[in-house]
Design a protein around this ligand. Structure first.
Ligand code: SAM
Ligand code: SF4
Length: 449
């Protein structure tokens, strides 16, 4: 979501005739797009602001803006910092160019955040976001021929640990017509892979006349568009609602990638309840079984939080068991971080010591790594199709091959990362790769002739 917001903002500024620079020293305006999901993310922003404060001592005209979730969460408090001139929440990004122009001209600080974030979003605000979203080209230049398309804003799930509903506001699904028009436009610009985005993307629901559109409808409609070759969607909430139709779309439509990111967060029913996740471990595993039976070859990814308040050794063991049964392709594992004003932060003491959180994190990662290794080894000597992303950022051994071609990175439809040697101008193209070596998270191979 943040990556998409950053792309939209950069595009809006380019259209307002600002030039983008990679060097902070050359910049007249510096914007920091922020995340509030864990404290660590916020600490990094505060440390950047410390650095910018020093820069501003030598360059007083420098304008610094904090945008995104942290701007919404801290609002006027951030403006007290000497480093900060603009504070702009996620719902206000359509106004950002105006705020920057004003600050540059009038040399005054400015703030635009939502007063009561859980209030129903006004039609005017929805329209402003819609215009902003649809008007700009969201082709991600870092990942050629790929684009994110938001299908909904906000979240209504209120998992007790999570700040998102308090900084991104209530769930609002975008009109299917606008989404499909946007996908068509992107396809016209050469985009091949689109990723539909929502915090609980399978909750997408939009009533238009007699029909209520769900995510499966969007998948079928997007697949009709010439030029679009692959369609992904993240992140799914483990719920019955619309689940089977979405799985059937994955099974029936070749363009829909057989990849499901569906976080469990914990394998303990006691902890799931305390997290306000509305399922038990058994129900979650049933959903996965059903998905895998409807969609042969489905790759599943998950998220877990370790060290949630009250998580005992037995609760953690239940998480390990669930991980083993789920057989994820990969998992994102986070140490619980209390977020201000969430229900967990207000009501549940953060009682799992940091060393225990750390060791559980390491243990769960090791369990997952073994599963990932087993799954990835099945690709050995097989051919896979990837969409090439570009040069590999982490050159592995033998970075160049015999004819001096650099290492490239690509992903399969099921999101496996593949490293191989090839010409850099393959970025954005599909390539067939014969896998010659595997590791838990990366496949290595050679381009097939
Ligand atoms: N909407 C998505 C979902 O529900 O899966 C993603 C939400 S969040 C931005 C991404 C992940 O961060 C969550 O799945 C959760 O594992 C983790 N997370 C959220 N709040 C957290 C917290 N307070 N401490 C640690 N991890 C957290
Ligand atoms: Fe946060 Fe839960 Fe919403 Fe995901 S579904 S954004 S974890 S409240």
């Amino acid at each position: 979501m943040n990556k998409l917001d950053a792309t939209l903002v950069a595009e809006a500024l380019k259209r307002a005739e600002y030039n983008l620079t990679d060097s902070i020293k050359d910049a007249d305006v510096v914007l920091i797009n922020t995340c509030s999901v864990r404290q660590h993310a916020e600490e990094k922003v505060l440390s950047h602001l410390g650095h910018l404060k020093h820069l501003k001592e030598n360059k007083p005209a420098l304008v610094v803006g904090v945008i995104g979730c942290m701007a919404q969460r801290l609002g006027a408090e951030l403006l007290k910092s000497k480093a900060v001139d603009i504070v702009c929440g996620p719902t206000q990004i359509p106004q950002l160019t105006e705020l920057i122009n004003k600050t540059l001209q009038q040399k005054e600080k400015s703030i635009a955040v939502t007063g009561q974030i859980r209030r129903k979003v006004s039609d005017k605000q929805t329209q402003a976001l819609e215009d902003f979203e649809s008007a700009y080209d969201t082709d991600d230049k870092q990942l050629p021929h790929q684009a994110f398309v938001r299908v909904m804003h906000g979240c209504n799930k209120f998992c007790t640990y999570c700040i998102v509903p308090y900084v991104r506001g209530p769930e609002v699904s975008r009109p299917p017509k606008a989404i499909i028009e946007q996908v068509k436009k992107l396809a016209g610009q050469g985009v091949k892979l689109i990723t539909l985005l929502g915090q609980a993307v399978n909750s997408y629901s939009y009533a238009a006349g007699e029909k209520t559109y769900c995510l499966a409808d969007l998948l079928y409609m997007a697949a009709e568009i010439d030029g679009i070759k692959w369609i992904r969607f993240v992140t799914s909430y483990p719920s019955e609602k619309f689940f089977d139709p979405i799985c059937r779309a994955m099974a029936d439509v070749p363009k829909v990638c057989k990849y499901l990111h569906i976080p469990a967060q914990s394998g303990s029913d006691k902890i799931l309840k305390a997290m306000n996740r509305k399922y038990t471990a058994a129900q979650y595993l049933n959903l996965l079984d059903r998905a895998k039976s409807i969609v042969p070859g489905l790759a599943v990814a998950g998220d877990f939080i370790v060290g949630f308040p009250g998580e005992s050794e037995d609760d953690f063991k239940a998480t390990v068991e669930l991980t083993k049964k789920a057989r994820y392709k990969n998992c994102f594992i986070f140490k619980y971080s209390p977020r201000p004003d969430t229900i967990a932060e207000k009501k549940l003491p953060d009682d799992v010591p940091i060393e225990v959180k750390r060791s559980r994190n390491i243990e769960l990662l090791a369990v997952q790594e073994k599963i990932s290794e087993e799954l990835s080894s099945q690709f050995l000597n097989k051919q896979v199709r990837v969409l090439v992303e570009g040069l590999s950022k982490k050159p592995h051994l033998n970075a160049e091959d015999k004819v001096g071609l650099p290492q490239l990175i690509g992903r399969t439809a099921e999101d496996w990362i593949v490293v191989f040697n090839g010409a850099p101008d393959l970025a954005g193209c599909f390539a067939d790769i014969k896998i010659t070596k595997t590791s838990p998270l990366t496949l290595f191979g050679e381009m097939s002739a």
